[in-house]
Design a protein around this ligand. Structure first.
Ligand code: CA
Length: 239
């Protein structure tokens, strides 16, 4: 999954362009598709962070496509915002029943769309956004790429490689949850990247080494037999 990469599925070129321009201005990378089939191919290649999906497409309805994504384990959690030209309430209910996270009725203001996209991402995949995130003493700011740890009244800057940075960003936006190595590979490395699970261990070790300069290494916990978890409070150091 590439989190800041959004897919816009819309067969009307002027609307597709308007949406794309506004999302790019908001800092996202945008891929477009004009048919349901093209959209399915894009998603099969690489999961986007979110899909803006038009209801009426030339080959198949957006509803049917959304339903299909929801029925498959790989795409089940893909955030989807439906676009519809029809304001009837029954249609909106149908859209939400198909599993859309939100819907917008045309015509809509581009600003509203960007706000809705950010709201859905904040809920579903906060690491797709540039918001600074802080858990306990540890703070990561994607816009400046700075990681700091505030401990014992001292602020220490932590230097991370690009993979450790993405890994920490994911963990900070999904704290207190146990992540298996396979899940971390999917979410941090991308779901079509074939890497051995022990690669995760290597990068966790590097991340802990980097965090240890600020006594924050204990925040990344190993959950035996399950994976890793980022905990808000550092574990007490024994002895
Ligand atoms: Ca259409």
């Amino acid at each position: 999954m590439t989190t800041g990469r959004l897919l816009v599925v819309e067969d009307e070129p002027s609307i597709s362009e308007l949406i794309s321009i506004n999302l790019r201005h908001a800092g996202f990378t945008v891929v477009t598709a004009a048919t349901a089939e093209a959209a399915r191919e894009v998603v099969d290649r690489e999961l986007p962070g979110l899909v803006v999906l038009d209801w009426m497409l030339p080959d198949r309805s957006g509803i049917a496509l959304c339903r299909q994504w929801r029925s498959e384990s790989r795409t089940r959690d893909l955030p989807v915002i439906m676009l519809t030209a029809r304001a009837e309430e029954a249609d909106q209910v149908q859209g939400l029943e198909a599993g859309a996270d939100d819907y917008l009725v045309k015509p809509f203001s581009p600003r509203t769309l960007v706000a809705r996209v950010r709201a859905v991402l904040r809920r579903r995949s906060p690491q797709a956004l540039d918001d600074a995130v802080q858990i306990g003493a540890l703070k990561l700011d994607p816009s400046t790429r700075r990681v700091t740890c505030q401990a014992s009244g001292l602020q220490t800057e932590i230097r991370l490689g690009p993979t450790e940075f993405r890994l920490l960003h994911y963990l900070l936006t999904h704290p207190e949850r146990v992540h298996s190595r396979a899940q971390l590979l999917d979410r941090v490395w991308g779901d079509h990247v074939f890497i051995e699970e022990r690669t995760v261990d290597v990068h966790i070790k590097r991340l802990r080494e980097a965090l240890s300069v600020a006594d924050c290494a204990g925040m990344v916990e190993t959950v035996r037999g399950a994976g890793y978890r980022l905990a808000a409070l550092p574990q007490a150091v024994a002895g």
